[in-house]
Design a protein around this ligand. Structure first.
Ligand code: FES
Ligand code: MG
Length: 589
């Protein structure tokens, strides 16, 4: 059954078939000062999905910006209802913010479905807030527009740019080397967070906010404006105005986030040097729309695209520089000029195509946004590895260092493959406890393997696969070893690790069977990763596995529910059952 009225909110506030329910719905929304005129004269009711709160410092500035969004909505004749969203602070939530992406998704779906909302502004920002809100918009499928809170200003310390997350890796080294003390460590790390906003590096937040624009879900140019800039407030106002028009046009997420839009986003992700968390989130959003998308698409469309954006951790600069150089439209303009954007016709929230929005745009500072002719790196995307260790895992081959290449990938007969002895850790605690244990006799011929760090094993998946070498090897000058695992890697780290292995060990994937001492063969040319162990031995190891291998006890009810229903990283870490629902805005009892 579908509604007869034009706006779904009128089913609550002005239903000609049920005056009694209309009165009941109406009276309580009048009690804080709204008028019957605002609720009953056909004005769209616009939700603002509010992710800003004291618990979420990255998104907290949305509380201020929402005032400008409101003004935009009201200027176009809309009525605003702010919707509190379950907080997801990347740096504050234990065991991991990633666990809460699907919880925020579920709760926002219920808010949008169950209340009189005609269209919604999605207040995105910190890593998981962006995919959570886009997934909810995908399921409910009412008109929706994303609005970034914007990155923090550039961080500085003694004349050098200090970037969120990446500075921690550096500070750790300086601290270990005795160059700074404890207070110096805190001061250096804090220098990377000089203002309101989200991480100023090309970590998962800048990646996902850029991709929300690449998907067509933000107004052109919205992603990169730093949080404190006046343009951020002006964009808030424009976003508020536009969502009201979108409701009148009935322009829905499924019209914008099409297969074509996801293909564009994959290409743009390579060009910006996007985080390895992006395939998880985009595959997840696509699944909620019923758009087919998998890690083979990421390799096929994204691997050969050059890196254009010179932001830390891959490059030098930070968020303010990205904005000054033109942000996402400049990147798209450079790709268009080289004919590398697969679908210029893909529609965006402003009602125009991506191609039309960005055709005239070019880099305004080629130190920060490079051209395709002179990129920072030739092939910036991911490869999708497969084998008896897992069905799918991704690797960013562009971050393989010259030293690593020389050590592992220099056999003239087989230049893209290497073999190594497995050193297996069961979760991050096991790694930290044993990595420096000299009896493991780790040497340069080893590959470090982390299991029990996937969506089930470490609920939500831990960002721990980029493992450091043992101290006794570092002292000998061997600073990096190949790493592989069923967990994730922070978007602010640039290590060449094999990540997001799916299915994970806790779901009985091949990683559950590997043992320390096994030979492992990685072939980046053939895109394979295998343990060189015979079938009979593997079968015997499989028989010996417990019911829930590598799965510690849940510490909260949500962890337990999440573990029972979650899909692997390769399938977007969505919840079985939840991702079968489509287009529910107009479903009624
Ligand atoms: Fe929130 Fe990086 S921690 S954006
Ligand atoms: Mg992160």
């Amino acid at each position: 059954m579908t509604y007869k009225t034009k706006l779904r909110s009128q089913q609550w506030f002005d239903n000609p078939d049920n005056r009694e329910m209309t009165a009941l719905y109406l009276e309580r929304y009048l009690n804080y000062g709204l008028t019957r005129e605002e609720l009953q004269s056909g004005k769209p009711i616009i939700g603002i999905a509010q992710t800003g709160s004291d618990l979420s410092p990255c998104n907290r500035h949305h509380i201020e910006l929402t005032k400008r969004v409101r003004s935009g909505i009201e200027a176009m004749g809309g009525t605003v209802m702010e919707i509190p969203v379950h907080p997801i602070q990347e740096t504050g939530k234990r065991p991991t913010a990633s666990l809460d992406r699907n919880l925020a998704y579920l709760s926002l779906v219920e808010s949008l479905y169950g209340y009189p909302i005609d269209g919604v502004v999605l207040n995105i920002g910190c890593d998981k807030t962006t995919p959570a809100l886009l997934m909810a918009a995908a399921t409910v499928n009412i008109p929706a527009i994303a609005f970034s809170v914007g990155p923090m200003l550039n961080g500085w310390f003694r004349g050098q740019r200090t970037g969120s997350g990446t500075i921690v890796w550096k500070a750790r080294e300086m601290h270990a080397a005795g160059e700074i003390d404890d207070d110096g460590f805190m001061e250096l790390v804090a220098s990377s967070a000089p203002s309101v906003g989200y991480c100023n590096t090309m970590g998962t937040a800048t990646t996902m906010n850029s991709l929300a624009e690449a998907l067509g879900m933000q107004l052109p140019g919205s992603a990169a404006i730093p949080a404190p800039y006046r343009e951020r407030g002006q964009m808030a106002y424009a976003t508020g105005k536009r969502i009201v028009e979108m409701v009148h046009e009935d322009l829905k997420p499924s019209d914008i986030m099409t297969r074509a839009a996801f293909e564009n986003a994959i290409v743009i992700n390579s060009a910006i040097g996007g985080s390895t968390n992006a395939p998880i989130h985009l595959n997840g959003i696509a699944r909620h729309l019923g758009v087919p998308l998998d890690n083979d698409d990421w390799q096929r469309l994204g691997h050969d695209i050059p890196l254009l954006v010179n932001l830390q951790p891959a490059g030098e600069y930070l968020g303010e520089d990205y904005q000054h150089a033109g942000g996402v439209p400049a990147v798209v303009g450079e790709l268009l000029a080289a004919d590398l954007l697969p679908n210029p016709d893909a529609l965006t929230v402003n009602g125009q195509s991506m191609g039309r929005n960005c055709a005239e745009r070019r880099s305004e500072d080629t130190n920060v946004i490079k051209t395709v002719a002179e990129p920072l790196m030739a092939k910036a995307g991911f490869v999708n590895l497969k084998g008896n260790l897992f069905d799918s895992a991704i690797m960013k081959t562009s971050v393989i260092s010259a030293g690593f290449r020389k050590r592992y990938l220099s056999n003239p007969d087989d230049p893209e493959a290497f073999e190594a002895r497995a050193i297996v850790f069961d979760g991050p605690e096991d790694f930290h406890a044993r990595i420096d244990d000299e009896s493991l006799a780790i040497d340069a011929d080893c590959i470090l393997i982390m299991r029990g760090a996937g969506p089930i094993g470490y609920p939500g998946g831990a960002e721990v696969v980029n493992m450091r070498a043992p101290a006794y090897l570092i002292r000998k000058g061997i600073t990096e070893l190949p790493c592989l695992g069923d967990g994730r890697q922070s978007g602010t780290s640039g290590s060449p690790s094999i990540l997001n292995a799916s299915p994970e060990a806790a779901a009985g994937g091949g990683l559950a069977l590997v043992q320390t001492g096994d030979r492992v063969r990685i072939d980046l040319g053939k895109c394979t990763a295998d343990m060189l162990v015979d079938e009979a031995t593997l079968a015997a190891r499989r028989d010996a596995l417990p019911d829930r291998p590598y799965t510690p006890e849940s510490q909260s009810p949500w962890q337990e529910i999440f573990r029972e229903r979650v899909r692997p990283f390769s399938e977007g870490m969505t919840l079985r059952g939840a991702d079968a629902f489509r287009d529910i805005a107009h479903k009624t009892m």
